[in-house]
Design a protein around this ligand. Structure first.
Ligand code: M6R
Length: 606
């Protein structure tokens, strides 16, 4: 989705902004642009914009395009087609104001009609352009006051950065529902919607709250509310290093991130296991033993992969803590006027911590007085800040649009939570110990699975001719099947559908024929024989079967054997070979693996 970068200091701004935009490419975008101060009041503003990739923008920069203050943007079209004109920055009619904007202005058509009636000429189809005109037409004396006046007219969400030709010594930024992070340097300041664009320059950042604005000057920044009162946002240090965003010798971020999983899981466990009481410490949970015992139900909310992680999490919580638990897509939950129960613990799960549907669900829950925890990867993100406490999953930055290591770390974090809740209830010391041992085995078992990449690559080549694939699993295996099916379709564009194996007879069996392969999740658990019966049913109809199992499955054409853990934790491992399967299928098909078509890393709009 859209990305913002800005810089004010002494350095040549265009290359810095281009580098920042490149760091944001992973989020997905369709066009890009830059505006800069060409030098003092007399110089005015210059812009360059291009549909397509940042390198196309770079190729199109005019020869004389220099300055030391500027803003830039990658756009994901919402209002108006992806083209040069609709790319940001947008300017007012006098070309004194340049604005970049993330988010959606809900009352843009109304404002556009009003401004048009007042004589403003619109050049683009975007909602953002109204902001440029509102700032440009403000009679206020300072840029801060002009921006404040403009945002008062806006209904909707925004993260914005504004340049004004008459105020060459500053950038003014504002946030409402869309992230804005300031990067504090030595006699230079940065701004971005994502720390990924900042960490190669500074790790000292200030994250604005909703309703907050900031003025950036080369040697200073100040923050205040949209009402004008000063705020005292203090810098914090970002843990993620610039190198975490490099490809590190892999051909794609997806491949790199799949390989980071053993370390990532190790990080998620580090410092949290309490052997003395066979439980875990989750510092940020803000839930004491009494609160934990009072929980009567758990409801997990997330989207896409995070929702699937939540489904596995719900099962772990039911199994280990015997608390009724379920997961639901946050995007559905928020629209069905949910009954909010005071004895239910709500958990919002999100890699980015920015997904709008999840954030809106959290806000609705909070409004109704619910207790909401976050299970989030990005520290300080909107969802992490809005929730009453939670667990950071510590997967490190995930750049590929397709989530892999975050999924695994989310599921591991749910395992920790389930163990914690279980040990405040009836889970025995012996079972607590057993689960801890299982958790500790995970990093080595992940490495064992990844060592099998060659074989998985061959299998991917074998199945890459399929037009469609069915993924099946039962109980613990079903969310694994759902996630594996999502991985394959996202990255290879092969149609894939997931079903509970128990439902085969109720419809999907009609699809089975040699051209429709089935991927079956077959753990060695109490349902093994039932799963084998499903394989028989498929084989009897000449279906091809690829099984992911703890032992070779006779009825399957191929089996990927994965190491066995405790049955409550098996789901963590069984999806990992299928991440590699999706990756190699997409690679064999020549897909743009890190940036699948039509998708964005963080879905910050509805
Ligand atoms: O950042 P989030 O975890 O909230 O994102 C939720 C989904 O948009 C995300 O998991 C999506 O399904 C990914 N493309 C999955 O690979």
């Amino acid at each position: 989705m859209c990305g913002i970068v800005g810089y004010i200091g002494k350095r040549d701004v265009a290359p810095l902004l281009l580098e920042g935009l490149q760091r944001l490419e992973y989020r997905g975008y369709d066009s890009a642009g830059i505006a800069l101060h060409a030098g003092g009041k007399a110089g005015g503003l210059k812009t360059a914009k291009a549909k397509g990739r940042v390198r196309e923008l770079e190729a199109r920069l005019p020869k004389r395009f220099a300055g030391t203050t500027g803003i830039a943007h990658t756009r994901w079209a919402t209002h108006g087609a992806p083209n040069d004109v609709n790319a940001h920055p947008h300017m007012d009619n006098d070309e004194k104001v340049a604005v970049v904007h993330n988010g959606i202005i809900d009352n843009a058509s109304e404002l556009r009609a009003r401004l048009t009636a007042e004589g403003v000429t619109f050049l683009s189809d975007t909602d953002t352009e109204v902001l440029a005109h509102l700032v440009g037409r403000s009679q206020a004396e300072t840029l801060e006051e002009k921006v404040r006046e403009a945002v008062r007219h806006i209904e909707g969400t925004y993260g914005i950065a504004v340049l004004h030709a008459d105020f060459p010594d500053r950038i003014v930024v504002a946030r409402n529902g869309s992230p804005v992070v300031l990067g504090i340097g030595e006699k230079e300041m940065f701004v971005s919607s994502d720390v990924a664009a900042l960490v190669s320059h500074t790790r000292q950042v200030v994250t604005l709250d909703d309703g907050e604005m900031a003025t950036l000057k080369a040697d200073d920044y100040r923050t205040y509310t949209t009402e004008g009162s000063r705020t005292s946002a203090q810098p914090t240090t970002v843990e993620w290093e610039a190198e975490s965003y490099d490809m590190g010798g892999h051909d794609t971020y997806m491949h790199k991130e799949i390989y980071e999983q053993a370390d990532a899981v190790d990080r998620a466990l580090r410092g949290r296991i309490d052997d003395r009481f066979s439980t875990v410490h989750l510092g940020g949970l803000n839930l004491d033993a009494r609160d934990a015992r009072a929980v009567r139900r758990v409801k997990i909310l997330g989207c896409g992969t995070s929702y699937h992680a939540g489904q596995i999490g719900a099962q772990m919580i039911e199994e280990l803590a015997r608390i009724p638990a379920d997961a639901e897509p946050a995007s559905e939950f928020r629209y069905r006027n949910p009954v909010v129960d005071p004895d239910t613990l709500y958990i919002a799960v999100s890699q980015s911590g920015e997904t709008y549907d999840v954030l809106a669900a959290v806000q609705e829950l909070k409004r109704k007085g619910a207790r909401v925890l976050g299970l989030v990867n990005v520290v300080g993100s909107a969802i992490a800040r809005e929730t009453d406490g939670g667990i950071y999953v510590h997967a490190g930055p995930e750049v590929c649009v397709v989530s892999t290591k975050c999924f695994t770390n989310m599921v591991v974090s749910f395992g920790l939570l389930a163990l914690h809740l279980g040990r405040t209830r009836d889970l025995s010391v012996a079972d607590g110990k057993r689960i801890i041992e299982g958790l500790r085995k995970l990093p080595a078992q992940i490495s064992e699975i990844l060592a099998n990449e060659g074989e998985i690559e061959k299998l991917a080549a074998e199945y890459a001719d399929a037009k469609s694939m069915l993924f099946i699993g039962r109980v613990r295996g079903y969310p694994v099947a759902r996630e594996a099916s999502l991985k394959l379709k996202e990255v290879s564009y092969i149609h894939a559908e997931a079903y509970p194996a128990s439902e085969l007879k109720h419809g999907p069996l009609a699809l089975i024929e040699p051209a429709m392969p089935t991927v079956a999740i077959v753990p060695d658990d109490e349902l093994l024989e039932k799963n084998r019966a499903a394989l028989e049913e498929i084989k009897a109809r000449s279906g091809r079967i690829l099984a992911v199992a703890h032992q070779v499955q006779e009825k399957a054409d191929h089996t990927i054997v994965v190491p066995k853990n405790e049955h409550e934790l098996d789901a963590i491992l069984m999806g990992i070979p299928l991440q590699l399967f999706a990756y190699h299928t997409a690679k064999a098909m020549g897909r743009d693996i890190d940036k699948p078509r039509n998708l964005a890393k963080s879905v910050t709009v509805e």
